[in-house]
Design a protein around this ligand. Structure first.
Ligand SMILES: Cc1ncc(COP(=O)(O)O)c(C=O)c1O
Length: 336
């Protein structure tokens, strides 16, 4: 769809599947699940898509180190660390907050990334510090490629524009016309790329973005700017702002899911085996379920964007603290 350099990481297309047990348990209309959790690269989920284009550009420019960043719960950081390794680059991560005990950052370090903690909790400061760190590395004779948090640039969004074409093809094969496409929105690159990529193929399908970190006014402007920039890079039609509907999924704050969101995530785990994190997945799935409960005309496409590392880590922590199921109860047959 574009001549832009791409460093392939993902196994595409990711499956688009039904979720009959989950539908029955919820008593809702049809759901189609776009399984970017099965994207086939590390546990990088949807973030694999922007990284293909960002690393394509980095390699085309002869970069030898990827500089980016995020917070303790960032899924982009480990994804970037793994992708940099796969592309033969070093990786430095500027991180806000406390990295101690964060499974995502532990994975990034295990993959060889160097963490540069900011020492503060200001998320927005990270992008500036990423640029500063890249300048310092250039001063030392390195060839850095700097990427803002989440990989959400016009170029990074091209990865999700490609995903829009992928989804359109899958929907065509199923002869399905969805009532809506629902996905979580953090730094905004995924939904922006989706809007840019849908503009030429499915401009009528509502895209519901569940904002997990920013107020709706701010995120709306940011997403539409990115979507416009991405469409210009692709030379495609301008995205339609009316196609985007934003829902505030922040609840009690970034990274926290409400009891109802957690219940629905548990249902998705128990019926279909989906691992949903409490920052992105649980929030977006709850909105997708609400829409499907209205039984609209057509299936609701819920984009499962990944986040399995924090999801698994929190489930494991819970089950480990829960103790034995029934201490002293008969255990059935003895093992060998
Ligand atoms: C699992 C998961 N889903 C969704 C998102 C949101 O994507 P974006 O930052 O492109 O809005 C992220 C962002 O890191 C993520 O990790």
């Amino acid at each position: 769809m574009t001549d832009l350099p791409r460093f392939p990481l993902a196994v595409l297309p990711t499956p688009l599947v039904g979720a009959p047990r989950l539908e029955r348990a919820l008593g809702c209309g049809p759901l189609l699940v776009k399984r970017d959790d099965l994207i086939g690269f590390g546990a990088a989920g949807n973030k694999t898509r922007p990284l293909e284009y960002l690393l394509g550009a980095a390699r085309a420019q002869g970069a030898d180190v990827l500089v980016t960043g995020g917070g303790p719960g960032s899924n982009f950081c480990p994804a970037a660390a793994l992708a940099a390794r796969a592309a033969g680059l070093d990786c430095e991560l500027v991180v806000w907050g406390d990295p101690a005990g964060a499974p995502n950052l532990a994975l990034a370090v295990a993959a060889g990334a160097t963490l540069r903690p900011t020492g503060g909790t200001d998320r927005a400061a990270v992008d500036e510090l990423v640029a500063k760190r890249a300048a310092a590395l250039a001063g030392e004779g390195r060839q850095p490629y700097a990427v803002p948090r989440g990989g959400s640039t016009d170029l990074g969004a091209v990865g999700f524009a490609r995903a829009a074409a992928e989804l359109a093809e899958q929907l065509r094969a199923l002869a399905a016309r969805p009532a809506a496409i629902v996905l979580p929105v953090g730094s905004g690159g995924s939904v922006a790329g989706l809007l840019a990529g849908l503009a030429p193929v499915l401009p009528e399908v509502p895209v519901v973005g569940v904002s997990v970190s920013r107020p709706l006014g701010e995120v709306g402007r940011h997403v539409l700017d990115l979507a416009g920039g991405c469409a210009r890079l692709l030379g495609g039609p301008a995205p339609r702002p009316g196609q985007l509907r934003l829902v505030d999924g922040r609840g009690a704050g970034f990274g926290t899911a409400s009891p109802q969101e957690r219940d629905r995530a548990r249902l998705a785990l128990h019926t279909e085996g989906y691992l949903l994190d409490t920052t992105y997945g649980a929030e977006a799935f709850a909105v997708a379920a609400d829409l499907a409960l209205e039984r609209p005309d057509g299936p609701v496409v819920w984009w499962h964007t990944g986040g399995q590392i924090p999801a698994a880590a929190s489930l494991l922590a819970t089950s480990l603290t829960a103790g034995p199921i029934a201490a002293g109860a008969p255990t059935g047959e003895e093992g060998p």
